[in-house]
Design a protein around this ligand. Structure first.
Ligand SMILES: NC(=O)c1ccc[n+]([C@@H]2O[C@H](COP(=O)([O-])OP(=O)(O)OC[C@H]3O[C@@H](n4cnc5c(N)ncnc54)[C@H](OP(=O)(O)O)[C@@H]3O)[C@@H](O)[C@H]2O)c1
Length: 258
């Protein structure tokens, strides 16, 4: 497999580093120079990585091409490029629908949308793909798990989940800020929260992800877990989160329905 990546940003870097670590059977990683910091970093990681200044050179040398540009850059750049018949195109761009991608990448006809996440670097990306493709599914399984969306609408709903990463980090940051404000050392705050978050995941898994059961069992009657949950529910914290997830979905749907 000869993999080409148009755009060497955060997500390409995580995917390639994860694939290198996983020892997936990849012959070549053909990548763009931009961003220079990332392409130099990846070049140092493996002799299989070759850096090109022109995107066309990447396409010419790859059997699978990953599109990893920002939504606002993607159409303009793809219009300048010539793809090959039989090439597999994998787009990481949330707002580029399959119909438009097919037009832009003609004569290539196999277009897959995929949403790997930065955790790919540690083999822990839950990657959404649509439509299913055996080879691409197998590749992403090397760097985590794969969820195949059943249709474009479901694909949009799964992508909504991927919008939660920064909010998740920000919620943890709120907990950490609380500790720091109350004179806890940075090192101790990190130590506590790190094990807390990892342990919580194990706890949820023990209950087979039955979240009603976990929510119940993690509250002691009259205890502080019960109190915080009640307070946040009263403040409409969860309703607001749900409403805003719906808004992210509508944005994705609008872009993908075009
Ligand atoms: N980050 C995530 O967790 C994530 C998850 C799923 C999907 N995605 C999607 O994946 C895409 C990339 O996201 P990202 O987070 O990796 O963004 P990013 O870090 O900003 O990467 C975009 C890269 O494209 C490069 N670039 C811009 N124009 C180019 C051109 N004409 N030719 C070659 N390279 C060019 C940029 O280089 P310069 O810095 O030199 O401009 C930058 O390195 C986006 O569409 C995003 O929505 C991201």
């Amino acid at each position: 497999m000869k993999l080409g990546f148009i755009g060497t940003g955060t997500i390409t870097t995580a995917v390639i580093e994860g694939l290198i670590k996983s020892k997936a059977k990849v012959q070549q990683f053909n990548i763009s120079q931009r961003s220079k910091k990332n392409s130099s970093y990846l070049k140092r990681k493996s002799g299989k990585v070759t850096v090109y200044s022109k995107n066309q050179e990447i396409i010419d040398r790859s059997s699978i091409v990953f599109i990893s540009l920002l939504p606002k850059q993607v159409k303009q750049e793809l219009q300048k490029l010539q793809f090959k018949k039989g090439q597999i195109i994998v787009s990481f761009v949330s707002t580029l629908n399959i119909k438009s991608a097919k037009k832009l990448c003609t004569p290539a006809t196999t277009i897959i949308k995929a949403a790997p996440l930065p955790m790919a670097v540690d083999g822990l990306s839950p990657t959404i793909i649509y439509p299913n493709h055996k080879l691409i599914k197998g590749l992403f399984e090397k760097i985590g798990t794969v969820v195949v969306a059943q249709n474009e609408n479901q694909n949009n709903h799964f992508w909504v989940m991927s919008s939660f990463m920064a909010t998740y980090a920000s919620i943890v940051q709120t907990l950490k800020k609380y500790l720091l404000k109350n004179k806890v050392k940075n090192e101790d705050a990190n130590k506590y929260l790190n094990t807390f978050l990892t342990g919580m995941l194990f706890e949820l898994n023990h209950k087979k992800f039955d979240l009603d059961k976990s929510t119940k069992s993690l509250q002691t009657k009259g205890g502080i877990n019960e109190e915080l949950l009640k307070r946040l529910t009263k403040d409409k914290f969860f309703t607001k989160l749900q409403n805003n997830l719906n808004k992210i979905y509508l944005r994705l749907k609008k872009a993908n329905d075009k």
